[in-house]
Design a protein around this ligand. Structure first.
Ligand code: SIN
Length: 189
């Protein structure tokens, strides 16, 4: 699969008949909100967990030296809490460009805190995309993040802002917090 998934995403779902569409954000979409939205609220999806297993060639690294960013990995029994945004379909023009490095959008059911449910689009970089890096020990991921940077800034900024954003949502994600622990140990030495 090519690195740039923006064209594929444009053809995946015809959103032209929608007045608004829900978007589920679990990574940078939690803390970097560079798009207009109609409303937002925390939401949870089932059967997925966050993992720093995706390479970043365009934001937190370069093609020669990719950074490590989040994707979702199918994990039966797990839940993933993030932020849901109700947006105009036109916003996906921008989002498809921003998430072009291997992410494809999928509709998934999202649960809100009041018990209600909606389908929302989520960007997932699956293991067959060309930028996928896969599993590694948490201390190795932290070392990788500590030395990576790209056009959007330091890879460590992605991790720390995400972890802060999750804490504000009352979420302590063991994968994210474990990598943060190792990163802060490296930064302290
Ligand atoms: C997301 O935040 O939902 C997608 C992955 C990312 O942009 O970090």
């Amino acid at each position: 699969m090519s690195h740039d998934t923006s064209l594929i995403n444009k053809q995946r779902q015809d959103l032209s008949t929608f007045e608004s569409v829900w978007l589920f954000g679990y990574g940078s979409l939690i803390y970097k909100v560079d798009f207009p939205y109609i409303e937002r609220k925390p939401a949870t999806i089932s059967g997925w967990s966050r993992r720093f297993w995706q390479g970043s060639h365009d934001h937190r690294g370069t093609p020669e030296s990719p950074g490590r960013v989040l994707t979702l990995i199918e994990t039966p029994g797990e839940t993933c809490t993030g932020m849901a945004y109700r947006v105009s379909p036109a916003v996906f023009e921008h989002l498809d460009h921003r998430e072009k490095n291997g992410y494809l959008r999928f509709f998934t059911p999202m649960q809100f805190q009041d018990g209600s449910q909606e389908d929302g689009l989520v960007y997932i970089a699956s293991s067959d995309n060309a930028a996928f890096l896969g599993e590694a020990p948490l201390d190795e991921i932290a070392t990788h993040i500590a030395k990576s940077r790209g056009p959007s800034g330091d890879n460590s900024e992605y991790l720390l802002k995400l972890s802060d954003g999750l804490r504000q949502l009352g979420v302590k994600d063991p994968h994210v917090e474990g990598i943060r622990y190792h990163l802060e140990m490296l930064q302290a030495t």
